[in-house]
Structure formats: C-alpha cells, structure tokens
Design a protein around this ligand. Structure first.
Ligand code: FPP
Length: 239
C-alpha cells in the first residue's frame, strides 16, 4: 500500500463492480441503455481520478460471462458503448499515463471491438502509470478453468509433477498473473455479492459496498471507500 498526503493508505490494487446503471435509468424513466451511457462516462472520469490518487492497479468489471443473458437490445447497446469509450480512452488515458489491459475471453466480441481492445493494449503497453484491467466477458470460474486446463497441459506435455503444483502456480495462470491480489473490492448499487469477480484473487480482499448507483459514484465516494478501508484491520487469517 502507498502512503498519501492525508496519511491514508492507498490500496495497491482496487477492484470495482460497477453495478446499478439500469436502476439509475429506471429511476429517471429512461431506458437501461441510457444508464449504461452515463455509467460509461463515469468509467472514464473515475478511472482518471483513481489513478491520480496513487492506486497502482485498478480492475473494473465491465461485462461478465453471464451478461450475455440480457436482451439482445441491451447487449447491443453495451457493445456500441464499449467501442465508443475505447476510442475515447486511447487519448484520455494517454494523458494520465494509464496502461490498459483486457481480461476475459475476447474471442466472443466482433472484429471491430477486438481491434479496439488490441489497439488500447498496444498503444499503452509502455506506459508507466496505473494499470487498468478492464474485465470484459470475464468470469472467475471460466478463468480458474482456463488455469486448470493449462496446468493439465503442462503435466501432460512438460513433465510438471501434479504434487508440486502450488497456490502461486494457479495464481500465475490467471489473467491477473504477476499482479498483487486486490486489497479492496468496491461494489456500487447495494448488492452484497461478488458475482463471479476475482474469486481466487479476493480471498483476503476487503469488501466495500455502497448503495450509490454506478453513474453517481464520484471522486468523493471513492475517497469514502478509501477512508473505510483504512479503518479495517487486515489479518490475513492471523490474529
Ligand atoms: C451493471 O449495471 C453494469 C453493467 C453490466 C455494465 C457496466 C458497464 C459500464 C459501466 C460501461 C463502462 C465500461 C466500459 C469499458 C466503457 P446493471 O445494468 O446491472 O444495473 P442494475 O443492477 O441497476 O440493473
């Protein structure tokens, strides 16, 4: 954890489940897609703020492996938004030196979106500021399955001894391999569940839930989460 000017510890890795776009729109009598539009604007703004606060790794849950179950209209609107905001992020995040990486199975996306995903990663590859992981078509169970399959292949093809496989070996085969585990996971929209997000990595993460809906989650709400995080006593199973 880093120190900042208010003597608050800034968590090294923060994960955010950006929930509540649909309810935000419904409250205003607007279609769900409008909630996602405001949610996407907030994604850009808050990412830049969190980077300025000194967080080293930010993992945002943008689209889960289960979100395909939504109506084709809503999925279509989300894909359109992703494209628009990934175009914007090419310049926005350059100014903040943010490196962008996508985690999840990108093979399900159309060519244009895959191109933007690749472009965002390529242009930001050498940036030295915050690492932004955007979780798209991401699900923890699918991620763990991917790691297990890869380890099985190594047992079959490279003489890996199954008895020698460690927890670190599993961690290093996840999308987040090499990164610190999340210190803090924030969920907006008031639900108290992880929804298949970073299940392996969050074994000792602090969980923070707020009723605030994602489009309304602003800089001061993030600061509140950091203050709350600073009150927690993290024992990692010790006493
Ligand atoms: C959850 O709200 C939100 C999503 C499924 C989509 C999250 C995507 C964004 C915020 C867009 C920004 C991301 C990028 C990469 C541009 P919900 O629809 O589940 O809300 P509800 O619980 O109120 O129905």
């Amino acid at each position: 954890m880093g120190d900042n000017d208010n003597n608050l510890y800034i968590p090294e890795h923060v994960g955010i489940i950006m929930d509540g776009n649909g309810r935000w729109a419904k409250k205003r009598g607007l279609p769900r897609s409008v909630g996602h539009k405001f949610g996407a604007q907030n994604f850009r703004k808050i990412t830049r703020y969190i980077s300025k606060r000194g967080v080293k790794v930010l993992t945002l849950y943008a689209f889960s492996t289960e979100n395909w179950k939504r109506s084709s209209e809503e999925v279509g609107a989300l894909m359109k938004l992703f494209k628009q905001y990934l175009i914007d992020s090419l310049t926005d995040f350059r100014d903040d030196d943010i490196k962008v990486v996508f985690i999840g199975d990108r093979s399900a996306f159309d060519d244009k979106l895959v191109e933007l995903i690749n472009e965002n990663e390529e242009v930001s590859r050498d940036r030295k500021g915050m690492l932004l992981n955007i979780a798209m078509n991401y699900g923890s169970r699918a991620e763990i399955l991917m790691a297990v399959k890869e380890l099985c292949r190594e047992v079959r093809d490279s003489g890996l001894d199954p008895e020698g496989i460690t927890e670190e070996d599993i961690a290093s085969h996840l999308y987040t391999g090499g990164l610190p585990d999340p210190d803090l996971i924030i969920r907006t929209g008031g639900e108290l569940r992880l929804s298949n997000f970073l299940l392996y990595q969050s074994a000792y993460s602090e969980f923070y839930s707020t009723e605030t809906l994602w489009p309304d989650f602003h800089d001061e709400d993030f600061d509140k989460a950091i203050e709350e995080f600073n009150k927690r006593s993290r024992r990692f199973g010790g006493v």
